[in-house]
Design a binder for this molecule. Structure first.
Ligand SMILES: CC(C)(COP(=O)(O)OP(=O)(O)OC[C@H]1O[C@@H](n2cnc3c(N)ncnc32)[C@H](O)[C@@H]1OP(=O)(O)O)[C@@H](O)C(=O)NCCC(=O)NCCS
Length: 158
């Protein structure tokens, strides 16, 4: 039985390996260990025993905007619904925080569209979100697709 849980410090080494395994294949951005430690509270993981088999982060960008980052499911555990559960956990957290828009930059737009995201022109995203792009080897020729998901947040606490 697997569940989505908040990440702990002891997960960071395995999260780093998982993310950078796919980054080395050119399908997602690499993350240095230091950045994962600094942003540990953003991350969700799925563990199988002591092994981290999937992770994702929700990073708050501004009062009305958050980003899903570093979504990775180990190859042998893909197509089991884990990626979807992680996206749902991130969207639920954004709702709980009262953040109405969640975006992502990805090479897998079809996956995110399954969860209510729709494609937008990257230039529609506020300039603030490009801060980390300056560190990307592809900058300024970003070939990722931008998608946004609009949430009902209201004034509720749930
Ligand atoms: C993309 C990824 C996160 C999907 O995770 P997953 O656990 O395999 O996906 P799920 O099993 O939760 O799939 C949920 C739904 O999305 C669909 N889906 C999965 N990957 C897809 C893709 N690349 N394109 C379109 N749809 C996809 C599934 O068919 C499923 O649809 P269904 O509910 O109609 O059956 C995973 O393949 C992965 O980690 N890939 C490598 C890293 C990466 O590309 N990360 C995302 C980019 S930032």
């Amino acid at each position: 039985m697997v569940a989505v849980e908040k990440a702990r410090i002891k997960d960071v080494g395995q999260m780093h390996q998982l993310i950078n395994y796919f980054a080395d294949k050119g399908i997602m951005l690499s993350r240095p260990l230091s950045e994962i430690y600094e942003n540990i509270r953003d991350y969700f993981v799925v563990r199988q025993g002591e092994r981290v088999i999937a992770c994702a982060a929700l990073h708050v960008a501004w009062s009305d905007l958050a980003e899903i980052k570093s979504l990775a499911v180990a190859e042998e555990n893909q197509t089991e619904g884990l990626g979807g559960q992680l996206v749902t956990a991130c969207l639920n957290e954004a709702r709980e925080l009262g953040i109405p828009t969640v975006f992502c930059l990805t090479y897998k737009p079809g996956f995110f569209e399954k969860f209510g995201f729709s494609q937008v022109d990257k230039m529609e995203l506020p300039r603030k979100v490009w801060t980390e792009c300056y560190h990307c080897s592809k900058f300024p020729n970003c070939d990722e697709v931008a998608l946004v998901c609009h949430l009902e947040v209201g004034d509720c606490n749930a």
